[in-house]
Design a binder for this molecule. Structure first.
Ligand SMILES: NC(=O)c1ccc[n+]([C@@H]2O[C@H](COP(=O)([O-])OP(=O)(O)OC[C@H]3O[C@@H](n4cnc5c(N)ncnc54)[C@H](OP(=O)(O)O)[C@@H]3O)[C@@H](O)[C@H]2O)c1
Length: 195
């Protein structure tokens, strides 16, 4: 199969399209025929070696943390079937024709491949933040950067759980479709909150 790989840390110029073996799923894993791979900021940070602690790359690596696609093979104990449409976290890189995964969910039919592939990393960050905060239904939650990838997902998750959420007042018309109910200005000269 074809995959994008890098064999040294660096800028986009280190990326190559190469032929590699199709991976075999292990216990609890599925192999996904990738329809879309998320291009997340963390991908370039890994490629640039920002998480390497100064150590050289051990071997060629395929980027891509998030994917959407069709289950093509299943490992022992995997709770999916061949043909399932899924999205989730890639094991070993999603910038490839096939990728392994163990943390996936069924893709709703109304969700496009591209949209589904953009959700896992930012969605996990949003969900983790909400869980760490332990916000209870009825409490007001102020979300900085609510128009961004993590913020917009945190807002929708919070509203889906019955929590009011907040954002910049000057973006209120943009935010209403996401379910934001109260808005507050967090930069610029004005401050405070408004309905
Ligand atoms: N994306 C991910 O998958 C992910 C995963 C884990 C952690 N994170 C981290 O989460 C944070 C947000 O990432 P993101 O991907 O959501 O970023 P993003 O999509 O670029 O959104 C950034 C948000 O911050 C707002 N903002 C920028 N400068 C600001 C300022 N000076 N004052 C107030 N608001 C400001 C932006 O508002 P405007 O739209 O008005 O500019 C926007 O709402 C980053 O620290 C990132 O490293 C991201």
């Amino acid at each position: 199969m074809r995959a994008v790989q890098f064999a040294e840390y660096g800028g986009p110029e280190v990326l190559r399209i190469v032929e590699v073996p199709v991976p075999e799923p292990g216990p609890g894993q599925v192999r996904v025929a990738v329809r879309a791979a998320g291009v997340n900021p963390v991908d370039w940070k890994i490629r640039a070696g920002l998480f390497a602690g100064g150590k050289p790359l051990a071997g060629p690596r395929t980027p891509g943390q998030e994917l959407a696609g069709v289950v093509d093979a299943i490992g022992p104990g995997a709770a999916f079937s061949v043909g399932d449409e899924v999205f989730g976290w890639a094991l070993g890189g999603a910038y490839a024709e096939y990728a392994l995964a163990s943390v996936v969910a069924r893709k709703p039919g109304a969700l496009s491949w591209r949209d589904a592939a953009s959700l896992p990393v930012a969605g996990e960050a949003a969900l983790r933040g909400l869980r760490q905060l332990g916000v209870r239904p009825g409490e007001v939650l102020l979300i900085h950067g609510a128009s961004g990838a993590v913020g917009s997902l945190a807002t929708q998750l919070a509203v889906a759980r019955g929590r009011a959420s907040s954002g910049r007042r000057d973006r209120r018309s943009t935010w209403n479709p996401l379910g934001r109910r109260r808005c507050a200005t967090v930069r610029g000269s004005s401050s405070g909150s408004a309905r």
